[in-house]
Ligand binder design. Structure first.
Ligand code: GDD
Ligand code: MG
Length: 372
């Protein structure tokens, strides 16, 4: 069996996860209005919903997940660099969904964003944080929601360190007992966190005041608990990662390249020996590419370059003679000079890495940046 990109045969736990449809929740709202501060400088010019992941805009993965579970009506709640998002994702037709946009003039917070976007929808809602890469079975989540008579459900996932997330305590039946956003270390009572996907009965939206900034995590969820609304956690053994900081963003590439995420999406192009080649790739005879890796369209690798493993190169990138790239993520149109070394770093579109430069682990080069 070849090694590399998503192949469901490697993951028997996905066998029953072939897109069971959600019956009663037909619309989804994706919260995509944050400024992506923890991904700066990458998000200064490109908002988080469309940062590339294996050269595809991030939200393609969420839209494919929704589509797989029968949800075709999707509203994006945006407020930051909205035109760029619209230009990239369009009306969703290519991905088999109907995508509409609601723009917040001033950010309305996560609850305000849902309330505002929900006006375009009918029925109960699936809500997703717009920065979560997951293959969770939404159909199973809905079954659990209904079987328990829930009016709100949260997908929960275990993590090593809950402090950057929302900590969620449940009882043995899964009923949520406490929700604490960004807990301090001494407040940690469990390693289960809010994974950023919710099912909400429509009539709960009335609890969110209109036209003002309101938080799901800090106001709405604690409010549900205070009212004793049937509110449950759904713990799944699924892949999950919030791509909202640089380390997690790079790690998401590694996971996709390893095939640990069950997604119907693959990189554009054709695959040979665990390397995806886009159209019009030019490889010198002495260039070496180790998989798993992805080369976008019109990539040029000059003589004696060494690329991979775990390297993703965007469209129109050129790599000069003798350069070495390992674990590097390059966006489109990057120019790498001769004898440069790039390891475990992220390089924004249009950047120039000059001859002989070294870009080391954890480094990030802004769009159009220059590394002398
Ligand atoms: N429309 C809109 N308006 N969207 C917003 C706004 C807003 O004012 N503020 C944030 N968002 C969107 C972001 O774009 C992102 O997709 C999502 O809401 C969550 O915001 P983050 O800023 O990424 O939050 P976080 O990662 O610190 O924490 C959230 O996600 C964790 C899981 O990844 C919380 O929901 C935590 O409880 C959760 O554990
Ligand atoms: Mg986040």
């Amino acid at each position: 069996m070849p090694k590399g990109l998503p192949d469901p045969r490697w993951h028997p736990r996905h066998a029953d996860q072939r897109g069971r449809a959600l019956d009663t929740a037909r619309s989804a709202v994706i919260l995509a209005g944050g400024q992506g501060t923890r991904l700066r400088p990458l998000t200064l010019g490109r908002p988080k919903p469309i940062v590339p992941l294996l050269n595809l805009p991030f939200l393609h993965y969420q839209l494919a997940l929704l589509r797989r579970h029968g949800i075709q009506d999707v509203v994006l709640a945006c407020s930051y660099l909205v035109e760029a998002v619209q230009k990239t994702l369009g009306d969703g037709r290519d991905l088999g969904v109907k995508l509409r946009y609601v723009v917040e003039a001033e950010p309305l917070g996560t609850a305000g964003g849902v309330r505002n976007a929900a006006d375009l929808t009918d029925g109960n809602l699936v809500v997703l944080n717009g920065d979560v890469l997951t293959d969770v079975d939404l159909g199973a989540m809905l079954s659990s929601h209904e079987a328990r008579g829930a009016r709100a459900s949260i997908y929960l996932t275990p993590v090593e360190d809950p402090t950057p997330y929302g900590l969620v305590e449940t009882d043995a039946s899964g009923r949520i007992l406490g929700f604490l956003e960004k807990p301090a270390r001494e407040q940690i009572t469990t390693n289960t966190i809010n994974a950023g996907i919710y099912l909400l009965d429509r009539n709960l939206l009335e609890l969110i005041p209109r036209g003002q900034a309101v938080s799901l995590e800090r106001e709405f969820f604690p409010g549900l608990l205070a009212r004793q609304v049937p509110f449950f956690g759904f713990v799944a053994r699924a892949y999950w990662r919030d791509i909202g900081n640089l380390e997690q963003y790079r790690q998401a590439h590694v996971d996709l390249l390893r095939g640990t995420v069950n997604t119907p999406l693959t990189p554009t192009g054709t695959r040979r020996d665990d390397v995806w080649f886009g159209e019009g790739v030019t490889l010198a005879a002495s260039a070496r590419v180790a998989g798993p890796s992805v080369l976008g369209s019109s990539v040029t690798l000059e003589a004696e370059t060494s690329v991979g493993p775990f390297t993703v190169i965007g469209n129109g990138v050129s790599v000069g003679r003798g350069s070495r790239l390992e674990g590097a993520i390059l966006w489109d149109e990057v120019r790498v000079g001769q004898d440069a070394v790039l390891r475990e770093c992220v390089v924004g579109s249009g950047a120039q890495i000059r001859a002989g430069a070294h870009v080391g682990p954890g480094a990030v080069v802004a769009e159009n940046g220059v590394v002398p």
